[in-house]
Design a protein around this ligand. Structure first.
Ligand SMILES: [Zn+2]
Ligand SMILES: [Zn+2]
Length: 344
């Protein structure tokens, strides 16, 4: 079996023959129907170095996966061969309190796992098949795996970030979404489906802003020197209740902090590596600044339910496995629309 693997940090991924896979005890083998290409894969290839993460290559990329159960390992009950499933991406120890709550993204013993998940230290979905612990599959109903795959990260991550701020997103509230790409275009739909907040999208490019307004954003603002004033003007100078920063650079964090009103939330999701100084007078009083990482398994079920009912949909650009590197190049060049999904 041919798989797209990260061989070492600081270089592009490579195709390698990895042999055939079998479902071990407690596992299922999933025939991949879609594997999303994520910006964080680019960070793995080009920005991270050995020692920065508690795990190392080689492993097959792809941490955003869905497909069909191909084989069932010993001891697994309640699942059937052929059933369509999405794969929950963050893999914890499975035994600590957070894992038992379904919040494996915040496992208390992650260091003992030796990976963050499939495609992040362990073999992921950029291959025809993937081995998964049975507790990590979530049943699909009418959704095609190719459309479900992006929900497991590009959908789940913004859903989690929005849900923790739901109490500040009542009628009359405003939310700024910085970065209207893979995660941002899902965030805008989730906000429209689950809250009455008014959405302002901010992006460097015009095309994602057009998609953003099509998906439910009330306004699109081009990133740059005037963005700060433009956003404040849209709220008559009051400021916004939530900023979801899907970029995470010095510039976007500064913009987020400058436009957030008292009691608002600045939520950092993007891993561009920027930072924000926090002092008594800045940002405004009682503004909460938080990073978020991925989401819980129950939240993934809620995201899938939203998609099954037609209220959110990932804008998918398909690539074959052979063309997977082209998908990453397009992502680097900023020429993708929505999410690139590899269909082996
Ligand atoms: Zn990701
Ligand atoms: Zn755990």
């Amino acid at each position: 079996m041919r798989a797209l693997q990260l061989i070492g940090f600081g270089k592009p991924a490579e195709f390698r023959d990895v042999g055939e896979l079998e479902a071990g005890p407690g596992e299922v083998l999933v025939r991949i129907g879609g594997a999303g290409a994520c910006h964080s894969d680019l960070h793995l290839m080009y920005d991270f170095q050995e020692g920065m993460l508690p795990w190392n290559p080689p492993f097959t990329l792809g941490h955003e996966n869905a497909g069909w159960i191909e084989a069932i390992g010993a001891g697994v009950r309640g699942l059937e061969v052929g059933a369509p499933v999405a794969i929950y991406g963050p893999w914890g120890c499975g035994q600590c309190r957070r894992c038992r709550e379904g919040r494996e993204n915040y496992c208390e013993r992650q260091a003992t796992v030796g990976a963050a998940g499939g495609g992040l230290g362990r073999d992921g979905g950029m291959a025809p098949f993937m081995r998964v612990d049975a507790r990590h599959v979530v049943a699909l109903d009418s959704l095609e795996p190719v459309d479900a795959a992006p929900l497991t990260d590009a959908g789940l991550t913004p859903y989690h970030a929005i849900k923790r701020s739901q109490h500040v997103l009542g009628p009359g509230s405003t939310t700024v979404v910085i970065g209207a790409g893979g995660l941002g275009h899902m965030a805008i739909q989730i906000l429209a489906a689950c809250t009455p907040t008014t959405v302002v999208a901010v992006d460097r490019h015009i095309e994602p802003l057009a998609l953003a307004t099509h998906l439910g954003a009330a306004h699109g603002v081009v990133a740059g020197e005037d963005a700060n004033t433009e956003v404040l003007d849209l709220t008559r100078g009051v400021g916004v209740d939530l900023v979801l920063d899907f970029v995470g650079s010095d510039e976007t964090l500064a913009l987020g902090a400058a436009v957030t009103r008292q009691l608002g939330h600045v939520t950092l999701v993007g891993i561009a590596g920027g930072s924000l100084a926090v002092s008594f007078f800045s940002p405004q009083y009682e503004v909460s600044v938080a990073s978020t990482y991925w989401g819980s398994l129950p939240e993934l079920m809620e995201v899938i339910a939203l998609a099954e009912s037609g209220r959110i949909r990932a804008d998918v650009q398909r690539f074959t496995l052979d063309d997977a590197l082209l998908a990453y190049e397009a992502m680097r060049a900023g020429t993708l629309h929505g999410r690139a999904v590899i269909v082996p």
